[in-house]
Design a protein around this ligand. Structure first.
Ligand code: MSP
Length: 650
């Protein structure tokens, strides 16, 4: 019988700057699933790579005084080194500058053109010459370029368009027919709303820069970077090249792992392109959350908060970092990365729980039995609970892993570790060791602990590929009893297994000292410290001063707008449904003149959460969102999209 295949991908990363911990997050998650599926017996294809074209890279290279290719070559090498360091087991690495990809993209573009799915049209808008950018009317700031503030002029540029607008119904039907296509569920609702607001045709070529794949039948155009990038998932398998056997074998992908901000490209544009080519669609797109940093922001070089994974791996070991990334934050949600949380996980979960279980067990086998557990073992009722928990663990773990709930899968494993540690306290092997006639009972206790460690070691392999074999070596378990099938079996460790106390897996860390050092070195500080703002001695004119206690009475929270509609009886009002992190609430806001509902849904705003409810034109409003009165009578809502809903503002 043919081996079942499993094809999983990461996004292809922009080599516009060094690889950082945010990139590592998705790649480590993808690696854990790839390893898990291989252990289960699948023929896995794991693809990652780099997305190397586009204006930003062209500009960065020009600034650095090198060619774009020279520029990306160096950064891509850094990505590849980091993946090696993190033990990433990708089967393939695609670069969009690879010749075979370039040719395949040109073929795909031509195919879409020949099928009438791409047509030549005109790109119109307000053009800023120094920035080489088109802007729509609403994007302009006071009629000027929103980036540089300079004058803009109306311009038209010849461009190719993909008939994305034709695919709205088919996409909505896809989401209905394949309810798991977009995960997690909340991201699906955002996409449905986006499509319902109207899908325009998509501009898929540019003439304003040259660092891209030329349209071969009209070479002054280069292919839009997202069309170039998305197709990597099939070109890497040979689609559009001579040998497409891997394409036929692995496509459609089982899942694309991507960050939440690029779900739209993967669940609207990508399936529409595939539909236009009459090709099968990926089975699932999973939009994970972001790793956020101290100030609640996504990592960004310009903010100077780029956490360097190489430094972390050097200090704590690769497996500790892999474990932390996937244990700390539920995969679909945003989560804070802090040095304190990292060190606590290492100390509690790895050094205390797992490390101690292994070192206590192996030390006792050596002390009482010279490293080999006697075959004569006496079971007791107490053991049954432990054995039942251990042999049923794989099932619970698989349930979580199949839904990409890494954190839950690990939590299940750690329950067995905690149960095993408790079993040591209950059975008191040190007391058994004192009575020679208790040797068979002591042998059973230590054997059971080794068996638990064997099962734990198998199940942590996808997460901690270096630690698992170290545990297996210390308990003397060979490969034949450490495969997937043996993870729900009991009593497989042979009687002649040689148990030896080895190196400490995870040394404990002095929290205070370490955090002080880490804060100093890890956060790459921006080169220049900004000049300190002059102290304000006077209150704002005409406004009374308040004490901190007055301010503390106002409960400010970040909330996500999950729905928005006009209020029939009041032209000025919009009715907003908010997720405030604890539940839903409705707020009426007088911003209808300044925003349409589609500009608001999905955005994060600041909510006054403890304002007494009031009925406004028939809508019971529970709270208020903050906005600024700007020059010229404009009102702008304060958006805080990068801060998770529910965060308290102080
Ligand atoms: N090149 C595109 C993807 C094309 S896929 C056909 C791109 N590249 S990116 O380098 O900007 O981002 C790649 C991935 O890294 C995204 O999925 C993004 O969410 C992820 N991350 C970057 N910083 C992150 C965090 N701080 N946390 C988690 N993931 C984040 O978009």
């Amino acid at each position: 019988m043919d081996q079942k295949t499993f094809y999983i991908t990461t996004p292809i990363y922009y080599p516009s700057g060094k690889a950082h911990i945010g990139h590592s997050y998705c790649t480590v998650a993808t690696d854990a699933i790839a390893r898990y599926k291989r252990m289960q017996g699948y023929d896995v294809m794991f693809l990652t790579g780099t997305d190397e074209h586009g204006q930003k890279i062209e500009l960065n290279a020009a600034k650095a005084g090198v060619t774009p290719k020279e520029y990306v070559d160096e950064i891509v090498a850094g990505f590849q080194e980091l993946w090696k360091l993190l033990n990433i087991s990708n089967d393939r690495f695609i670069r969009t500058t690879d010749d075979y990809h370039v040719k395949a993209v040109q073929k795909i573009f031509k195919e879409l053109y020949d099928r009438g799915e791409i047509y030549k049209g005109k790109y119109e808008g307000w053009y800023c010459t120094p920035c080489e950018s088109f802007w729509t009317e609403t994007q302009l700031k006071d009629g000027k370029c929103p980036d540089c503030g300079r004058e803009v002029k109306w311009a038209e540029e010849e461009a190719y368009f993909f008939k994305l607008g034709n695919y709205a119904d088919r996409l909505l039907k896809l989401y209905e027919d394949q309810p798991d296509f977009i995960q997690p569920e909340s991201r699906k609702n955002e996409m449905i709303q986006f499509i319902k607001n109207g899908l325009d045709d998509l501009c898929v070529s540019r003439t304003s820069f040259t660092w891209g794949i030329p349209v071969d039948f009209d070479p002054k155009h280069v292919v839009y970077v997202w069309l170039d990038a998305l197709t990597n998932y099939i070109t890497a398998m040979g689609y559009g090249s001579g040998d497409d056997s891997d394409y036929r074998k692995y496509w459609p992908a089982d899942v694309h792992f991507i960050g939440k901000e690029i779900v739209r490209f993967h669940t609207i544009i990508w399936p529409a392109i595939l539909m236009a080519l009459d090709l099968p669609l990926p089975k699932q797109v999973y939009g994970h959350g972001w790793l956020l940093f101290g100030d609640g922001s996504k990592m960004s070089k310009s903010k100077g908060n780029v956490v360097d994974p190489v430094i972390l791996c050097d200090r704590y070991g690769v497996d500790a970092i892999r474990y932390f990334l996937l244990r700390e934050i539920p995969f679909g949600a945003d989560g804070l990365f802090t040095n304190e949380a990292l060190i606590n996980r290492i100390n509690y979960d790895l050094a205390n729980d797992l490390g101690n279980l292994l070192s206590r067990t192996t030390a006792m086998v050596q002390k009482y039995f010279g490293g080999s557990i006697p075959a004569q073992r006496q079971a007791e009722d107490l053991d049954q609970d432990l054995v039942a928990m251990a042999t049923s663990l794989r099932g619970r773990y698989e349930e979580s892993m199949d839904g990409f709930q890494f954190s839950n899968a690990l939590a299940e494993v750690w329950k067995l570790i905690a149960r095993s540690n408790k079993y040591i306290d209950e059975t008191m092997p040190w007391a058994l060791g004192k009575a020679p006639d208790k040797a068979p009972r002591l042998a059973a206790v230590l054997y059971n602990l080794c068996e638990c460690l064997r099962i734990v070691s198998i199940l942590i392999t996808p997460f901690m590929p270096e630690t698992a074999p170290k545990i297996q070596a210390q308990i003397g378990a060979g490969a034949d009893v450490c495969n997937w099938d043996s993870a729900d079996q009991w009593g497989l460790l042979p009687a002649d297994a040689v148990v030896s106390k080895g190196e400490t897996l995870f040394p404990r860390i002095d929290v205070a000292k370490e955090i002080a050092e880490l804060d100093e070195i890890l956060i790459q500080k921006p080169a220049e410290k900004k000049a300190e703002a002059p102290k304000r001695e006077q209150p704002v004119e005409g406004v009374a001063m308040i004490g901190i206690d007055d301010f503390a009475k106002v409960e400010l929270r970040v909330a996500e707008i999950i729905a928005c509609e006009p209020v029939k009886r009041a032209k000025k009002l919009l009715k907003l449904t908010l997720n405030d992190g604890q539940g839903q609430r409705v707020v009426a806001s007088g911003i209808a003149k300044y925003y349409t509902p589609d500009q608001l849904v999905g955005r994060h705003v600041v909510l006054v959460a403890n304002l007494k409810p009031a009925v406004l034109c028939g809508v019971e409003s529970c709270g208020m969102i903050l906005a600024a009165d700007c020059a010229g009578g404009d009102v702008k809502v304060i958006f805080v999209d990068e801060i998770p809903a529910g965060s308290k503002i102080r």
